[in-house]
Design a protein. Structure first.
Length: 286
């Protein structure tokens, strides 16, 4: 298991993980059983992923599901006192995540696997190859989160990861998770400052050689006038991915489109903003 924080930059998850010592479903509280993921096979796989966090005494109990879908399920967990927070979020990826991105080669352009056997298995679409590719996506998100959190960006603090799950900061209060910006109430007085903060984060991402590549109001959380940007498995490196400029422009377009509905806009269009930001990054002026 990889644990945050790193001494300077994050380490990748190991290629293989040890089998958990036990696979009990008991850590999920009975009173919250109805909120658990309905697919029993996926639920069992999630518990196997979470078991390692329990074994390592990073969490003490799985409380309920925060959000579930075909690609991943996020669980609210009671954190061990050693984490220094009352709760943590365990994001467990499902096999459907791989299928949803299997045609997303644009995100993998420029990524180096570094292991010929694994690379051949992924290209051959074997079962081992699918498992390895999922682990690489999970590892990539953990690494990006670690880098951006260390740099001071508004992203969840990552604590640890396995091949199929990431344990990270839980956003929200004791009773409810933070809302997606798409559905959160935003006052006109706050909208300008919120847009400025998101653009500041996008610039910081670029300074750290990261383009989110799927940014929108659906993966920005907002609670108590504080935003947090989430979901980075598809993030790309502008140094190696030739599609990074158009993905950066798409991120800006999605963000500005949301704020246009709040009558907040900028003088420049997304394409111009992306070109200027790319130029500043390219010449080391960020």
């Amino acid at each position: 298991m990889v644990v945050w924080p790193p001494p300077r930059r994050p380490f990748p998850c190991p290629a293989g993980m040890a089998t958990p010592r036990s696979l009990p479903l008991s850590p999920v509280s009975e009173e919250n059983a109805s909120t658990r993921f309905s697919n029993r096979e996926s639920d069992a796989a999630d518990m196997r992923a979470i078991q390692e966090f329990l074994d390592e005494a990073m969490i003490t109990e799985v409380l309920n599901v925060v959000k579930s879908g075909k690609e991943a399920t996020v669980y609210r967990c009671r954190a061990h006192p050693s984490l220094g927070v009352p709760y943590a979020a365990a994001k467990c990826y499902h096999s459907a995540f791989h299928r949803s991105f299997q045609r997303g080669a644009i995100y993998e352009e420029g990524r180096v696997i570094g292991n010929g056997q694994v690379e051949r298995a992924i290209k051959g679409r074997t079962e081992f190859g699918r498992e390895a590719q999922l682990a690489l996506w999970v590892d990539h998100e953990f690494e990006v989160l670690s880098t951006l959190h260390y740099a001071g960006a508004d992203v969840p603090e990552p604590f640890a990861c396995t091949d199929t799950a990431i344990l990270m900061e839980l956003l929200g209060d004791d009773s409810a998770a933070a809302d997606q910006l798409q559905f959160a109430p935003v006052s006109p007085a706050d909208a300008d400052d919120l847009l400025d903060r998101i653009l500041w984060n996008i610039e910081l991402f670029m300074r750290e050689n990261v383009v989110h590549a799927d940014l929108s109001a659906f993966n920005i959380l907002y609670v108590e006038e504080k935003l947090t940007i989430i979901d980075f498995p598809q993030a790309v490196d502008p140094r190696t991915n030739p599609s990074a400029p158009k993905l950066l422009e798409r991120d800006l377009r999605n963000v500005l489109s949301y704020f246009a509905r709040h009558n907040v806009g900028l003088d420049e269009d997304p394409a111009t903003m992306a070109r200027k930001l790319w130029g500043l990054w390219k010449y080391g002026e960020l």
